[in-house]
Design a protein around this ligand. Sequence first.
Ligand code: COA
Length: 152
Amino acid sequence: MKLSPGEVTVRRGHADDITRIAVIEQLSFDDPWPLIALRTELDTDDRRRPLVIVRNGEIEGYLMAWIVVDEYHIVNIAVSPSGRRGGLGTQLLEAGLDEARASGCVLATLEVRVSNAAAIAFYQRWGMLEVGRRPRYYADNGEDALILSCRI
Ligand SMILES: CC(C)(COP(=O)(O)OP(=O)(O)OC[C@H]1O[C@@H](n2cnc3c(N)ncnc32)[C@H](O)[C@@H]1OP(=O)(O)O)[C@@H](O)C(=O)NCCC(=O)NCCS
């Protein structure tokens, strides 16, 4: 079911956004990042480019990514469970890839759990392909990570 669109904007994430981001992180992952890790990604610098998506005044999702020379490396993305399948993740990723291209990136990469079928389906819509695997990448359960990548 598509959600009613409301007013949606994507903007740079700031330290002040951490409380809502931490709630979405907790709701989205079995092994959520600790606050200190989220806070570090919100320290914007030349490399870190956090984005949040805001609908009707409330943060509904975020994307954290690094720009490493010509590569856009997505380190975290999540949409609040009640906001999913409404196109918010797509809008976040579009905004991130636009910024990456404007910064001279030619490649996007990320790691995803082999069991995360929803995220893999989401990324495949963008033409992301499996280019490798990191065995036992996730410390909580020893799960492998797929490395996905696409030209942008
Ligand atoms: C991955 C995630 C960010 C996608 O956000 P979203 O707002 O639901 O994504 P969209 O609504 O833009 O989905 C776009 C397309 O991706 C695919 N997709 C998204 N979720 C899917 C799911 N659960 N199952 C199958 N396909 C899915 C579909 O093709 C979808 O298009 P459709 O709704 O027209 O069928 C969201 O599921 C999420 O927060 N998951 C938990 C956190 C997570 O796993 N992050 C990734 C870590 S690597």
